[in-house]
Write a protein of this length. Structure first.
Length: 304
């Protein structure tokens, strides 16, 4: 009820501002666009039994990034959440990864979970801030063998690959690939008109460049001209209502040697705890290292 009331309030405000003050409407839309939705602590509690973890804190700009490391040795696999997420949102991947000989790093991005705000301020962030935070964690914790990234976290990894050596294997889950889709969703939810939308896009472009330049296939095509990309496994659910499976298919076509797996009935978030999805990711990550046999046995057991 509260959420519906807030949406109606913004919709009414945008209708008025569209007619009388589009620049003010554009600023209001900018505030909403970069706002990180709060998630109560009880919702963020993991629903799986985790092995002992070692907490860490990392200075980031004026704040702190907080996370946990699981496992005592082995190749490092980083779990990267999406917009409004948190590191242990991917907790179901941790026990099988640790059991297969990996170390796992899970962390909360700035203004997410238990981490402090970043340069954008309290309750706000950006895609580029998520990418910078990932690079900072890798610089502190050690080189990434693998990355499992969800939703906008996948987009952040694509941008981060422009600036660091990168992992040996990458798994994208329900990757966010096109801001235009999100903009259409915002417009449908909040009811702003073309003048407010155009004003916001101008404000966005002044800070970050044209929004269309962040489309996933454009980013990856540019990446592929600059460096050799690691193998990618993109897993997406056909019933995902927040990000489109077609986006992952297009992204994989632009990413040399990428593989796409489509699921059904999991949506945008249940994909993070599905045993078959976890098994696919585990088998993919275990292919090229000496502990891979044990991991593949675990994968076959989970799939069976």
């Amino acid at each position: 009820m509260k959420k519906s009331t807030i949406v109606r309030f913004y919709a009414t405000s945008f209708r008025i501002l569209e007619r009388v003050a589009p620049p003010i409407g554009a600023r209001l839309l900018e505030q909403l666009w970069f706002r990180v939705p709060p998630v109560p602590e009880k919702v963020r509690r993991p629903r799986v039994d985790l092995p002992p973890g070692t907490p860490f804190e990392l200075p980031f700009e004026e704040g702190l990034i907080r996370g946990q490391v699981y496992g005592e040795q082995g190749p490092l696999v980083y779990l990267v959440h999406g917009w409004g997420g948190w590191g242990l949102q991917l907790a179901a991947f941790i026990p099988p990864l640790v059991d297969s000989g990996f170390q796992v790093v899970a962390y909360d991005a700035p203004s997410h979970g238990d981490s402090a705000p970043g340069p954008e301020g309290k309750g706000r962030s950006t895609l580029l801030e998520l990418a910078d935070a990932f690079q900072a964690v890798v610089a502190d914790r050690g080189p990434a063998y693998g990355v499992i990234a969800h939703s906008l976290g996948a987009a952040a990894i694509s941008h981060a690959l422009l600036h660091f050596a990168g992992p040996e294997r990458v798994v994208y889950l329900a990757a966010a690939t096109d801001f235009a889709d999100w903009m259409d969703g915002f417009q449908a939810a909040f009811g702003f008109g073309p003048r407010v939308r155009a004003g916001f896009l101008r404000r966005f472009a002044r800070r970050f460049g044209p929004m269309e330049s962040y489309e996933g296939t454009r980013v990856v095509t540019d990446l592929a001209t600059r460096r050799e990309l690691p193998p990618l496994l993109a897993i997406h659910d056909r019933d995902d209502r927040e990000t489109q499976a077609d986006g992952s298919i297009r992204l994989a076509k632009a990413w040399p040697g990428a593989t796409v797996e489509l699921t059904e009935g999991l949506g945008h978030r249940r994909i993070l705890g599905d045993p078959a999805v976890i098994a696919m990711a585990l088998g993919f990550l275990s292919t090229d290292w000496e502990g891979g046999h044990a991991a593949r046995v675990a994968q076959e057991t989970m799939e069976g």
